[in-house]
Design a protein around this ligand. Structure first.
Ligand SMILES: [Zn+2]
Length: 420
């Protein structure tokens, strides 16, 4: 989730009454309240903020269409878990669900747990006084333990993703280890009409203030961890916070613990000072899952050339976002321009995609239209091989190296990455 309007007042009395009824135990009443809560979230949040500039279908060149079919596409950020939609069903609400990911040819979609959002979001400055995800939790009938706990919210969203994967008859697989990733890719060679999810955290509010909770999240399968979201926290400064400071001593402990657990550190939304501090201490690749670059859109939320270059040197990936204040435009050409700049600075091996599907931002297309990025990269002058890298090959390479190796493995490869 990136900018945009209040999740806000969305629930009000109806949602809170629904959650209370569900908690009180009336099953029929609870189910009806939950359905009403989902409808409310659809109308008041998704239809207002998860907007698509142009509706499907999306026309592209024949060359792009053919190339796209051969690609392993990966996307490093989506907030689709958040709104209570059954992602196994195709919807015309928001940007992404499993059928639309599959139609778009997306082989791997990061599914973020965004657990705390202040009211009246803006890019420049947000205080940590309000908590609109709590309103979502109430409206959608999440368990009472999630009403106040970021850890509980993240674990709840991970459980939702896993339950959907179990019900999907193989259409959705959650990958959390190198062995699971290899098995998924092997199966996808035979059955291309499937997709995979990678669980990620957006903001250290998911720790309830305690570094040791990294272990609970890693054990649940989270493999990428965004240090900050829209506000400063006790670990790090946010690009959209008040102080916009760097890593605190607790933040340094957090980065060390994440690396020890083979969880990739994500500096999307982090303040420039935080990114400096992370790059100075990191021993493993660092990612920016969804971001723009200042060279094509100058905003405090977007990466300077120095940071793009630093992420490349660490063996990480800059995931180019699709929304206007990431790219400076409203179409796939703007995404391709930002990707071209990132590739020129960091190296082609260190650029990927970070759409921010369902992140309360307007996007040019929904998940079925991601082929337009392939088309725009070709138009920008990328070779077929370089298109393949940006569209997903780089992300798969990083995950093969960085994920813990097998079931139950707590630790992946720890190394100082080579410079590519
Ligand atoms: Zn975000």
């Amino acid at each position: 989730m990136t900018t945009a309007g209040t999740t806000a007042r969305l629930v009000g009395a109806a949602g809170i009454a629904g959650a209370t009824a569900a908690a009180a135990g009336g099953v029929a009443v609870g189910l009806a309240a939950r359905a009403a809560g989902r409808k409310l979230v659809e109308v008041r949040v998704e239809r207002r903020f998860n907007i698509t500039h142009w509706p499907p279908p999306y026309a592209v060149s024949r060359r792009a269409e053919e190339l796209h079919r051969s690609l392993l596409v990966a996307d490093l950020h989506a907030d689709s878990l958040l709104y209570g939609r059954d992602l196994l069903r195709r919807s015309d609400v928001g940007h992404a669900d499993v059928p639309r990911l599959i139609e778009g040819g997306i082989a791997l979609q990061a599914l973020a747990a965004c657990v705390r959002v202040p009211r009246g979001l803006n890019v420049e400055r947000n205080e940590d006084r309000t908590d609109d995800v709590r309103l979502l939790a109430l409206a959608l009938g999440w368990p009472p333990r999630t009403w106040r706990s970021g850890v509980a919210r993240a674990l709840h969203l991970a459980a939702r993703a896993r339950r959907m994967a179990e019900r999907s008859r193989g259409a959705l697989t959650i990958v959390a280890t190198g062995a699971e990733l290899a098995a998924y890719l092997e199966r996808r060679r035979r059955e291309p009409v499937i997709t995979a999810g990678l669980l990620t955290i957006e903001g250290a509010a998911a720790l309830d203030g305690e570094v040791r909770n990294v272990d609970r999240l890693a054990d649940a399968g989270f493999r990428v961890f965004g240090l900050t979201h829209m506000v400063d926290n006790r670990f790090a400064g946010s690009a959209s916070g008040v102080e916009k400071g760097g890593l605190t001593p607790a933040g340094r402990d957090l980065v060390a613990r994440l690396e020890a657990r083979s969880v990739l550190v994500d500096v999307a939304h982090a303040s420039p000072r935080t990114i400096d501090d992370v790059l100075a201490m990191a021993g493993r690749p660092v990612v920016a899952t969804h971001t723009g670059v200042r060279a094509t859109c100058d905003s405090v939320r977007n990466l300077s050339d120095q940071h793009v270059s630093g992420i490349g040197r660490m063996g990480g990936i800059v995931g180019i976002g699709f929304w206007p204040t990431a790219t400076g435009g409203r179409d796939a050409a703007a995404i391709a321009r930002a990707a071209a700049h990132a590739a020129a600075i960091a190296g082609i091996a260190h650029v990927g995609l970070g759409s921010d599907f369902d992140g309360a931002v307007p996007l040019p297309f929904d998940a079925t239209g991601i082929v337009q990025v392939t088309d725009a990269l070709l138009a920008e002058g990328f070779t077929d091989g370089d298109v393949a890298k940006v569209m997903g090959a780089n992300v798969f390479r990083l995950l093969r190296d960085a994920l813990p190796t097998g079931p139950g493995a707590g630790h992946g490869i720890e190394r100082r990455p080579t410079v590519c």
